[in-house]
Design a protein around this ligand. Structure first.
Ligand code: ATP
Length: 479
């Protein structure tokens, strides 16, 4: 129903109009690449977190969770390589004062100027990739000059030299203090505390959900690339000789975790990295087909002993284990999922416009039932004969167990539409018949089917249809 080219705008405005995502600081004109989660957004986000957290810490008895601080000792970022290697290549235009990625400028130029199979285009791209590999920034600048690439805004070629920019946010007036760019280092620095306090033996994992910050110069695509975002990361500590076994295991389990959401098997692709991050010896991305194409949603990396070894070096503290008569630094398999990216994947896959039999159109968010922000709505059909009071009593009786909404502000048709638009799986309507028979109508979001059920069944139906337990049970078969 919604044309492809307008789908993304439709999604962004739906997210705002229905309280999922607001642009941050909007009353002051906004701030680039930072967003706030609204009343339904935060519920959906919390449910995703719950699904991830339980699948890690409840289904695996050898994984425990922590919540480490965002600010950490500055040496952590030296040991992790972020101070020296967490960089992005950038060039500035002195007239427009805008900053660009030089390789993007060149790629964008050749795409525009040359035909698909043009020999010249291939030559330029080949030269660019060689210069990137050799870190020959002078040559990259020369390509820009030879092609006379202009700033897209001010149309001049008044470029600075090409430089590396560190992507960490540094805190002003605090020497070497950074906002963390990943949650993983809080796990590595607590490796021994966790191991000792919980008597853990290799293999074991530490999971964490938390905010990370990166100075993304090219933040765009809504919540896909933000400067403040949330990660759900797990570091699994293993025997070095079992690296391959656990790397394969975690690739499989993480993909299963995604597939359980039923967003569509064709929406996922695995991409094996050829160019690895500075800490990794093997890496696979789980890519998702977002409205703007396949992009990384989660990374699974083998970090070998990179982090623990460097923290030993920088801190002077032993971070090795002595188990089964061996003294060694464990290897690490990492799974790292962006909470905002999985949120966007769910929202984009769930938002539909459907033409109904009577010719009207409904907008519906077909969010997986177990993640829906609101589990059920309770409505009185009319505002008389004590019907609202009965509906309110039903609501009060079960609101302790489930996240519900009570609403009587509009006609029943409009109330259904509103719940469809925020993805509520079940609506229960109280009417005249309720007074005599203690029954209500239940309406299912996806099929719009309606059935009569006894009041006593409401809570059980909500639990059965929307509980996390179903999906966790299915996932546990693979663990
Ligand atoms: P990308 O290549 O897209 O920049 P990355 O390889 O730098 O991602 P990682 O460092 O592996 O990402 O981080 C793990 C996960 O954190 C990513 O898979 C992604 O889901 C999420 N993530 C990373 N950067 C951002 C960001 N700026 N905004 C939102 N989520 C992010």
């Amino acid at each position: 129903m919604i044309e492809n080219n307008r789908f993304f705008d439709f999604l962004v405005s739906h997210a705002k109009n229905y309280g999922f995502i607001f642009p941050s600081s909007e009353i002051y004109g906004g701030i680039n690449a930072v967003y706030d989660y609204g009343q339904y957004g935060v519920e959906l986000k919390n449910n995703i977190k719950k699904y991830w957290w339980k699948s890690m810490t409840q289904l695996h008895e050898n994984i425990i969770g922590i919540d480490s601080s965002i600010l950490m000792h500055s040496d952590i970022w030296k040991a992790s390589g972020h101070v020296n290697k967490f960089n992005e290549l950038l060039i500035d235009n002195k007239d427009s004062k805008k900053r660009y990625k030089p390789d993007f400028l060149i790629k964008e130029y050749v795409e525009r100027k040359f035909t698909k199979n043009s020999k010249k285009k291939k030559e330029i791209l080949f030269r660019l990739s060689k210069s990137l590999e050799k870190k020959d920034f002078l040559d990259i600048k020369t390509i820009i000059e030879e092609l006379n690439i202009l700033d897209p805004i001010c149309k001049t070629n008044n470029w600075t030299k090409i430089r590396y920019f560190n992507m960490m946010f540094k805190i002003e007036n605090e020497k070497d203090l950074y906002l963390r760019p990943e949650t993983a280092q809080g796990i590595f620095s607590n490796f021994h505390n966790v191991k000792k306090s919980n008597r853990m033996k290799i293999p074991f994992g530490i999971a964490q959900i938390g905010k990370s910050f990166r100075n993304e110069f090219f933040a765009r695509k809504f919540i896909f690339r933000m400067r403040e975002f949330e990660q759900m990361e797990m570091q699994f500590f293993i025997l070095p000789e079992e690296e391959n076994k656990w790397y394969e295991y975690w690739k499989k389990i993480r993909l299963k975790w995604h597939l359980m959401l039923n967003l569509g098997i064709k929406k996922y692709k695995l991409y094996q990295h050829k160019h690895l991050a500075h800490y990794a010896s093997a890496g696979t991305d789980i890519e998702f087909n977002f409205p703007f194409g396949f992009k990384e949603i989660e990374g699974i990396h083998s970090r070998k002993d990179f982090d623990l070894k460097n923290h030993e070096l920088f801190s002077g503290k032993k971070l090795r284990v002595y188990e089964t008569k061996k003294n060694y630094i464990p290897y690490v398999i990492e799974t790292s999922l962006g909470l905002d990216r999985i949120f966007l994947a769910i929202l984009a896959s769930s938002l539909k416009e459907e033409k109904l039999e009577n010719g009207s159109v409904r907008t519906v968010l077909k969010i997986p039932y177990c993640l829906s922000p609101i589990k059920a709505a309770i409505f009185p059909l009319v505002k008389k004969k004590g019907i609202p009071e009965i509906a309110k009593k039903i609501f009060n009786d079960i609101k302790i167990n489930h996240r519900l909404i009570y609403d009587q502000k509009e006609s029943i048709g409009k109330l259904y539409r509103r719940q469809d638009a925020i993805g509520t799986p079940l609506c229960f309507t109280v009417d005249y018949k309720t007074i005599e028979t203690d029954t209500v109508t239940v309406r299912y979001r996806d099929t719009m089917e309606q059935k009569r059920i006894h009041v006593k069944e409401i809570s059980k139906i909500i639990e059965q249809k929307t509980g996390l337990i179903n999906i966790l049970k299915k996932l546990s078969r693979f663990i």
